[in-house]
Structures are given as structure tokens and as C-alpha cells.
Design a protein around this ligand. Structure first.
Ligand code: UDP
Length: 538
């Protein structure tokens, strides 16, 4: 991986002339700053001003052209975290003629993806905010291929997980600090700015207490396509016929400890008759952890970022998340949400320590390690007495921090009991056949025929053909839902039917117009679209 931008690839004179004559060209997707990604030609960056620069000329393009709304609050989010005010992107504008008076531009020949990492020292953030969004942003734009170069503008140093970012393209990612050494004015020949948020499933609680995102758009399939890619890059092959089944305990060694880890491991091994091993980020290489987790039957860990590694678990495996005293599992669900994404096919179990005797608190540590000695006496007392941390905003709530740093002596019978409520026999990957869910198309050729008997009775015979895709599918159960609505009324009569025709006579009046809505349902819960509404007059 080469770090120097090879200037040989660029005809410098031609590039400079193009910049001066054509200026910057920008076309974006997205209606709001929160869903926008922009493609640029000749976007520049002043390493002295630490600002991006847009050069106006006769051929420059700026879409959307927002005027001063570009600052309300920004053109786009540079990280995948929604609308965070430390992560905004914008540029300053200059006429291309100003280039005459500026440092000579250095051109970046690689197609660039310019973005912010959100918190590169925390593994959950690394995967959820950066790696998955970068991977799928690159999938979205075909010139962001393996030869593209990532530029991280958040200003952090590499961080402990930098090797993971390097897997995403063949070129060494560059950090903001490193740009200075490349030149005073950098001009990206072709670049994309911003990250897709389409794969994120969690909001961290900046404006409302943390929780799953309101509209999750990712399924286990896309997560697993990404992990497959990562494992290929890490040279880890999936052992198809894994000989031995085992449990992985993912331990933390600095804080939020399991105080009776040895006892826990023995108990799990005995209960499930499986080898049980421990891993930690401090003692194992990332590849080794992935290799172990990707074949495990069960992953057991304290709540914490390391649990994002359940992304690598095989289908059918079980995730057991342990919560310290006073921390309500329902209030902190990034890993539960991940494990229960449709198609992830993981079993998720939360266990909480509810026994004060089994917790060790460290109120005297510095505040950032969860100490509370800096708070007034009354507040300290309230916190220590409290049995549950109330819902709170990110990120420095002292009551959360002191509880999150507790060590826990896991009550073994209570834990085994909770696991056994879900895992009846042996845990672990079942050889599952593909269970992807396909939805029916519209029913076709819907027709209705009315008949009137006298002045008070009428019948409505409705028929339709199967959805077009059904003839190519094996579907366990095919049903049809029909709604009959009298024109002008808000209510309707719903029916679930097994056949492709039905004669309705209940509540059907003569000389009335009915709207008939029909859709197909596969396997009870796969609801298809309604066909165009039928108008039927009796
Ligand atoms: N971490 C770790 N061992 C520890 C404490 C933390 O490996 O004893 C890792 C953790 O998995 C995460 C990072 O260090 O990747 C930051 O941990 P922190 O406790 O700040 O965040 P949390 O795990 O609560 O998200």
C-alpha cells in the first residue's frame, strides 16, 4: 500500500488547466443534509485553512444549489451519525481566478471517499458507524472500487483498529493530519463526500435516550455479505463442517469485569457439554477472535462494544449479554437490535445482575472512569441507593458511568436459568436451509360480477389470478386477503380466503358501489401489495 500520491499518473499541466477553466463540479443525492452524499470533480482542500474549497468558473456545477441554506446547518453529515453538530461538512467558495494567487495545487489522482470516523477507538462505533457504512457507500458508487482511497477528516490518529479500515480498499487510508505533508492545496480529481446511513441500526442518545433507529433498513443478509468480505480480507475461511462445538466468553480486562469468570466458564461447559473458551481484545488478535466467533455456538459477554463481534457469529448461534447491577437491559440495546435484525438468525438473551451483593462499584475513580466523588453528597447517596439508572442522554451521565464500570459476580444458577428458557437443547448453528422471505406480487386480472335479488339482497362474485411470481416459487401457504369497502365509507370488511374466487353476500346491498381490494399473503406474514382497486356496482 503506497501512501504517496503518485503525481506521474496526472498530467499536471492539463489538470491545472482543467481546474482553472472548469472549476469544481458537484452533484449530490439526498434531499436533506442527513441523507446526502455528494460527488465532486475538482474539490480542493486547503491544509492551512483546514477547509474544503469550491472553485467557481464558467463550467462549475453545484447541485443542490442551496444558497445560504447550505449553512442551515450544513451541506451534509460527514459521518454516518445523524445530524451530529461536530460532523458537518461544508466548503468555502472562491473564483477559479483566485488560483493564480494560491499555492500550487497538488492533485489527488485516486477516486476519494471523504468521510469522518465517529469514534475509532470503540469497536461498536468502528463497525456500526464506519466500516459498514463505508463498505456500502462504496457499493453504491461504482467508481469507489478497490482502488479508491479513503480520507478520514475527523482529525483522530489511526486508532487501535486502523487495520480494519485498511481492509476496505487497496490504498492506505489517509488521515487529516497527513494531508499537510502532501501539500498546501490538495485537489481531489474525483471524490465522494459523506457516508450512507442505510445500514445503521442504532442511535446513541444525543437528542433522545439511546435506542434502535426508528426506521431500520438493513437485514442480516447485508450484514453477512459485509462480514463475508471482511473474513476474506482477513484470510479466514468458514469451516463448513466444524468438528467441535464450543462457547466463547468475550471478556473485558479493564472494567465492567466478570469477577467469577473461571466459575462461569466451568458452569457453561458443564451445562451445555461444550468446550468453553475466553477471548479478549487485549489478549487476542482481531483475526483470531473472528476465527473463533465465526464458528461458535454461543457468545457470552458483558454489555459493551466487543459484543458487536456477534456480527461474525454463524446463523443459529446464541448471544448472551450480561448487564451489571442497576443497568436495565431494555435501555441499552445496540447488540440486541443487531442480533434480532431480520435474517440475522441469532438468538438473543439478556441477563442482568439484580443482586446488590454481587456488584462491586468504584465510586472513587476519576469521573471519566465512572467515579462520582466529584458530585455533591446528596447526589452520590441517591446514586448508590438507586436500583436502576434512569434513562439518560449520551455521553457523560455519571450515574450510568459508575454503574457501567461495576464488576459483576455472575449468579450462575440465575444465568443458566435465563439461558435455558431460550436454549432448550444444545445451542448453536443449526444447518439451516435458506430462509429468505420473498413477497408475493399483485394478484392479476381481478374481476367482479354483481347480482341483485329483489330490493334488499345482492351478491358480489369476485375472482382473480395468482401473482405472477408464484408460479416460480414453492410457497408453503398461499392466502388472499380481500377488503370490501362501500364507496364513501371509512370502514371495510376484511376476509382471508384460500381460493381465487369468492361470492360475498353478507352485508352486500343492492344499488351500491363497492371498492374491492385484494392482496396475496405467503406463509401467514408475507403481505404482498394490493392490486388496483376494483369498482363493483351492485
Ligand atoms: N474495551 C476492552 N476491554 C475493557 C474495556 C474496554 O476491550 O476492559 C474495549 C471495548 O470493547 C471498546 C473500547 O475498549 O471497543 C472502549 O470501551 P468503553 O468501555 O469505552 O465502551 P463500551 O464498551 O461501553 O461501548
Amino acid at each position: 500500500q503506497s501512501q504517496e500520491l503518485s503525481q506521474v499518473q496526472v498530467d499536471y499541466h492539463a489538470a491545472l488547466q482543467a481546474l482553472v477553466e472548469d472549476g469544481t463540479r458537484m452533484v449530490c443525492t439526498g434531499r436533506m443534509h442527513t441523507d446526502r452524499i455528494c460527488r465532486f470533480e475538482s474539490l480542493c482542500y486547503s491544509t492551512e485553512a483546514e477547509e474544503f474549497v469550491y472553485f467557481h468558473s464558467n463550467s462549475s456545477v453545484m447541485l443542490p444549489n442551496l444558497g445560504s441554506r447550505r449553512f442551515q446547518p450544513a451541506l451534509l453529515d460527514l459521518s454516518s451519525v445523524e445530524d451530529h453538530n461536530t460532523q458537518y461538512f461544508n466548503f468555502v467558495e472562491l473564483p477559479a481566478a483566485a488560483l493564480k494567487f494560491m499555492p500550487k495545487p497538488v492533485f489527488v489522482p485516486d477516486v476519494a471517499l471523504i468521510a469522518n470516523r465517529f469514534n475509532p477507538d470503540n469497536l461498536m462505533h468502528v463497525f456500526h458507524d464506519d466500516l459498514l457504512p463505508i463498505y456500502y457507500t462504496m457499493q453504491q458508487f461504482s467508481d469507489l472500487d478497490v482502488e479508491a482511497r479513503l480520507f478520514f477528516m475527523e482529525g483522530w490518529s489511526e486508532g487501535v483498529h486502523f487495520d480494519l479500515y485498511k481492509l476496505l480498499s487497496n490504498k492506505q487510508p489517509l488521515l487529516r493530519e497527513q494531508l499537510k505533508s502532501l501539500g498546501r492545496l490538495l485537489c481531489f480529481t474525483k471524490s465522494y463526500v459523506g457516508l450512507s446511513k442505510i445500514t445503521t441500526w442504532y442511535q446513541y442518545g444525543f437528542v433522545q435516550p439511546q435506542g434502535p433507529k426508528a426506521n431500520i433498513l438493513v437485514s442480516g443478509n447485508e450484514i453477512r455479505q459485509f462480514t463475508k468480505f471482511m473474513m476474506q480480507k482477513l484470510n479466514i475461511s468458514l469451516e463448513e463442517s466444524s468438528s467441535e462445538e464450543y462457547i466463547v466468553v468475550f471478556s473485558r480486562t479493564m472494567n465492567r469485569l466478570i469477577l467469577n469468570e473461571a466459575e462461569l466458564i466451568l458452569a457453561l461447559a458443564q451445562e451445555f457439554q461444550m468446550k468453553t473458551i475466553t477471548v479478549s481484545l487485549e489478549e487476542h488478535s482481531f483475526s483470531d477472535i473472528v476465527r473463533l466467533i465465526s464458528n461458535a455456538s454461543m457468545l457470552v459477554s458483558m454489555h459493551g462494544a466487543q459484543l458487536v463481534m456477534s456480527l461474525f457469529l454463524p446463523r443459529g448461534a446464541t448471544v448472551v449479554e450480561l448487564f451489571p447491577y442497576a443497568i436495565n437491559p431494555e435501555h441499552y440495546t445496540p447488540y440486541k437490535t443487531l442480533a434480532t435484525l431480520p435474517g440475522m438468525d441469532l438468538q438473543y438473551i439478556a441477563w442482568q445482575n439484580t443482586d446488590r451483593e454481587d456488584t462491586v462499584t468504584y465510586p472513587d475513580r476519576p469521573w471519566d472512569q465512572g467515579g462520582i466523588a466529584h458530585l455533591d453528597k446528596g447526589e452520590q447517596e441517591r446514586i448508590i441507593k438507586s436500583t436502576e439508572v434512569p434513562r439518560h442522554l449520551c455521553c457523560r451521565n455519571p450515574e450510568w458511568l459508575v454503574r457501567a464500570n461495576q464488576g459483576t459476580k455472575v449468579n450462575i444458577p440465575s444465568l443458566i436459568h435465563v439461558i435455558r428458557q431460550t436454549v432448550k437443547s444444545k445451542p448453536g448453528p443449526k444447518k439451516q436451509k435458506w430462509s429468505g422471505s420473498l413477497y408475493p406480487g399483485k394478484v392479476r386480472d381481478a374481476k367482479c360480477q354483481a347480482s341483485v335479488q329483489g330490493t334488499s339482497e345482492a351478491k358480489l362474485a369476485v375472482s382473480w389470478q395468482i401473482p405472477w411470481n408464484l408460479k416460480y416459487l414453492k410457497v408453503r401457504e398461499v392466502k388472499y386477503e380481500v377488503w370490501i369497502q362501500e364507496q364513501g365509507e371509512n370502514t371495510y370488511m376484511p376476509y382471508i380466503l384460500s381460493h381465487q374466487n369468492h361470492t360475498f353476500s353478507e352485508n352486500i346491498k343492492p344499488f351500491t358501489i363497492y371498492l374491492v381490494w385484494i392482496r396475496c399473503i405467503f406463509n401467514k406474514n408475507l403481505l404482498g401489495p394490493f392490486a388496483d382497486v376494483l369498482l363493483c356496482s351492485t
